[in-house]
Design a protein around this ligand. Structure first.
Ligand code: HSE
Length: 284
């Protein structure tokens, strides 16, 4: 049995803790055989546990405590702690593992609900499960989500070498913002979503860069954001925004501008990987 979970990018700028897209990088899980003890074969580094303490198995056992132990194989090209949903991909993988091994028959909605309760916000787990573009709200303990097709484009991920933990990136956010500012921040997100639904990426890109919820507070942790934004304007891409909690920055680009955009990004002095991705439309 094999499970494939896509990377994700949360927020898309103003859709903080609500909007996300699934991307064409993946966590792959394979059930190899029955065993006496849980074991994960992987080469993801010494920091990632290979036994029952791994988040994948912990998640699966939380949902189906009676699962019998297996040997699993895990590979991933989703970089850790870079704002591309690596921990969400593991949580979603654990839920799907429990679902299939335990024959739980969970619906997509059940999976989104369980994953959001574990993660605390739906903007990574929902697109990882459903694929494509998902707008979700976690309110009064319930997740309400809508999947929609994201318009055709390239997604260029500028992935710095340095890690940034979500907890650190959330710690710089204010406890509250003034009412007037919140109304404005919400209107920006609304127009961005409507523009995406209309296939209007130039307008969506413009709105992505006007976020008022989080990017201005996080900017000090990701000084390359402004530089990349300037380059994106110069090249004529649709827009650039912080991927999730960062430090990765995504540039949404028309296909014909991608080569030039990548060339410009390569000139930046930071140590970073630059990946040209597409939207994953399927999820798990
Ligand atoms: N919406 C979350 C954030 C995504 O920006 O903190 C990262 O997990």
């Amino acid at each position: 049995m094999k499970i494939r979970i896509p990377a994700t990018s949360a927020n898309l700028g103003p859709g903080f803790d609500s909007c996300g897209i699934a991307l064409s990088q993946y966590l792959n899980i394979e059930v190899v055989k029955n065993a006496e003890e849980w074991k994960i074969i992987h080469s993801l580094g010494a920091d990632i546990p290979s036994d029952k303490t791994n988040l994948l198995i912990q998640t699966a056992l939380k949902i189906a405590p009676d699962l019998s132990p297996k040997v699993l194989k895990m590979t991933s090209d989703i970089p850790l702690a870079r704002g591309l949903g690596s921990s969400s991909s593991v949580i979603v993988g654990g839920i799907e593992l429990a679902n299939r091994l335990g024959n739980l028959n969970l619906s997509q909605k059940d999976k989104v609900q369980i994953a959001t309760e574990m993660e605390g916000h739906p903007d990574n787990v929902a697109p990882a499960i459903c694929g494509d573009f998902v707008v979700a709200s976690y309110v009064d303990g319930e997740v309400y989500s809508v999947k929609h097709h994201f318009p055709m484009c390239d997604v260029i991920a500028y992935i710095p070498e340095a890690h940034l933990l979500t907890s650190e990136s959330r710690s710089v956010l204010p406890a509250s913002i003034p009412y007037k500012e919140a109304v404005q921040a919400s209107s920006i997100a609304n127009v961005m979503i409507a523009a995406i639904l209309n296939g209007n990426l130039p307008l969506a890109g413009l709105m992505m860069e006007k976020d008022r919820w989080h990017e201005s507070y996080r900017k000090k942790l990701v000084p390359h954001l402004e530089q990349i934004r300037d380059l994106s304007h110069k090249v004529g891409a649709y827009g650039a925004f912080l991927s999730g909690a960062g430090p990765t920055v995504l540039v949404i680009s028309p296909e014909e501008k991608t080569t030039q955009m990548v060339r410009e990004l390569e000139k930046l002095p930071h140590s970073a990987a630059i990946n040209v991705l597409s939207i994953d439309q399927e999820g798990i």
